[in-house]
Design a protein around this ligand. Structure first.
Ligand code: SAH
Length: 251
């Protein structure tokens, strides 16, 4: 069996078509990086669990366009593109949404955090292969990293996709956000319900009433949302609670 990952012949065009449907234009160099990332992702996925989606067109839509969606949403694209800004992706897994964002925003410092060492090792490999100087990779749980002074309340933007229900995610993510910074959560159709259940958590952790930004995944009829909350005040020291408690006993 041939072990080499073969990109579709028209991969570059397919990717640029998909991204242009959400008004995202990248340089040829950035597009090449996304293609190399795809090759590494699918190759390593044969020996470790990184992604359920491996077909190129699907990765272009569900991983790349979906990750880059904030760059095409009015009102938040400016915050993401701020070259002075810092972004943390909590529970990044194989790098989503943080790694495509880092490729698209080479002037922004992006930190990718995940509890699983195998995944952070994979991300180190991608960082080196693609020479991503603006990327930092951190292994650990949100509940522990969020207590380390270097990380606490030190990011302008914290992003997270497919990690936990919103009220739990607020306890994982808000401790990392600077006061007046934002927390952006990728969510599905249940977002309004999840937000309702998070009223108390937001109040306790210092998050404002969230705003829902809807979008449609290109080439699908699937509506998704990014839930944006502004951090209005500092998070009390006792949060996040110790590992496992936020999900076991949500605020
Ligand atoms: N964000 C990626 C991965 C989602 S899978 C994507 O959308 O494709 C969820 C990831 O979150 C896993 O890799 C898991 O290790 C990580 N995770 C779950 N709970 C965590 C926690 N408390 N702290 C750090 N990482 C966590």
């Amino acid at each position: 069996m041939d072990n080499k990952i073969v990109l579709p012949e028209d991969a570059l065009k397919k990717l640029s078509d998909t991204l242009s449907k959400v008004d995202i234009v990248l340089s040829p160099e950035q597009m090449e990086k996304l293609l190399s990332y795809y090759e590494l992702l699918v190759e390593r996925n044969r020996v470790m669990n990184l992604t359920a989606i491996t077909e190129f067109d699907e990765v272009a839509v569900r991983h790349y366009a979906d990750s880059l969606i904030p760059l095409s949403i009015d009102g938040i694209s400016e915050m993401f593109s701020n070259p002075e800004g810092t972004i943390l992706d909590l529970g990044t897994g194989a790098g989503f949404p943080g790694l495509p964002l880092a490729i698209a925003l080479p002037d922004v410092q992006v930190t990718l955090a995940d509890a699983l060492q195998k995944r952070t090792n994979f991300l180190e490999e991608v960082k080196n292969a693609l020479s991503l100087d603006n990327v930092t990779i951190v292994n650990g749980r949100a509940e522990e990293l969020g207590r380390i002074p270097e990380y606490r309340e030190s990011f302008d933007i914290v992003v997270s996709r497919a990690v936990a229900e919103y009220r739990v995610l607020c306890e994982y993510c808000l401790p990392f956000v600077k006061v007046n910074g934002i927390f952006a959560a990728w969510k599905g159709p249940a977002a309004p319900e999840e937000i309702k259940n998070a009223e108390k958590a937001l109040d306790i952790l210092g998050g404002n009433n969230p705003e829902i930004k809807k979008y449609i995944l290109p080439d699908t009829a699937e509506t998704r949302v990014v839930v944006i909350t502004n951090k209005r005040e500092s998070t009390a020291e006792k949060y996040p609670r110790r590992a496992g408690i936020p999900s076991k006993r949500p605020l």
